[in-house]
Design a protein around this ligand. Structure first.
Ligand code: GRF
Length: 203
C-alpha cells in the first residue's frame, strides 16, 4: 500500500509510520512526504529514510483552492492508496477531502468529539478533565469531525502542564497511528457513510 504523508512540523508521527514501514513484513510503504512548510523537520526525517519529499508552500498561492489543487497534483504523482495527515496544520477544501474520500486519515490530540480545533491539551486541563488522549479518524468535510477509528486514553495528573500532557499523549499517538495505517493497508479498514469499519464491523 503506497502512503503519502502530509506534515507541517516536527514529524514525530511521521517517524512512527516510517519506523513501522521499515518492518520487513509491513504491508505499506511511505512513497513521499509533502510539507507546506519548507523548514519542517519532518522533511529531514524523510530524507534520512530515503523517502522522496516535496514542499507545497501555501504562501505561494492566492487562495485555498489554488493551494489544494497544487497539493493534489503533487500527491497524485505518487499514486497513493492512502493519504495520511500527520501534524498537517492547514484546513483542506471540500474538493480536496472529496478527492481522497475514504482514504484520508488524520490524528487529532483529543478524545474526539471533545476539543476539536487547537490548544486541546490546555483546554482539557482547564476543563478539569481526568482523562485525555488522541484520536485517529477518517477526514470528512467537517473539521476534526470525521468517523473515529481508534483512540488512546491517558490519565491527567494533578501537576500536568499542557507540555507534559502533550508528551504523554504523543507516546500513544505513535502507537495508534501506525496501527491504523496497518489496518488500512491490510484492507481491513474502510469508511462507510459516517462510520468507520474494521473487518466489516462498525467502530
Ligand atoms: C500531534 O500532536 C498531532 O496529534 C497533531 O499535531 C501534532 C503533530 O506532531 N495533529 P508531529 O509533527 O507528528 O510531531
Amino acid at each position: 500500500c503506497r502512503v503519502v504523508v502530509l506534515i507541517s512540523g516536527s514529524g514525530t508521527n511521521l517517524q512512527s509510520i516510517i519506523d513501522a514501514a521499515a518492518d520487513s513484513d509491513a504491508p505499506f510503504e511511505v512513497s513521499a512526504v509533502v510539507s507546506n512548510k519548507p523548514e519542517a523537520f519532518g522533511l529531514t526525517r524523510a530524507s534520512k529514510a530515503g523517502i522522496e519529499t516535496a514542499v507545497v508552500n501555501h504562501r505561494d498561492y492566492l487562495d485555498r483552492e489554488g493551494f489544494d489543487t497544487a497539493l493534489i497534483e503533487t500527491i497524485d504523482r505518487h499514486d497513493p492508496e492512502l493519504v495520511v495527515l500527520a501534524g498537517f496544520m492547514r484546513i483542506l477544501t471540500p474538493g480536496f477531502v472529496r478527492h481522497y474520500s475514504g482514504r484520508l486519515l488524520n490524528i487529532h490530540p483529543s478524545l474526539l468529539p471533545k476539543y476539536q480545533g487547537l490548544h486541546t491539551h490546555r483546554r482539557a486541563l482547564e476543563a478539569g478533565d481526568r482523562e485525555h488522549g488522541a484520536t485517529v479518524h477518517f477526514v470528512t468535510e467537517e473539521l476534526d469531525g470525521g468517523p473515529p477509528i481508534v483512540q488512546a486514553v491517558v490519565p491527567i495528573e494533578s501537576d500536568d502542564t499542557p507540555d507534559t500532557l502533550a508528551k504523554r499523549v504523543q507516546v500513544q499517538e505513535h502507537i495508534i497511528y501506525p496501527m491504523a495505517v496497518q489496518w488500512f493497508a491490510e484492507g481491513r479498514l474502510s469508511m462507510n457513510g459516517d462510520r468507520a469499519e474494521l473487518d466489516g464491523h462498525p467502530l
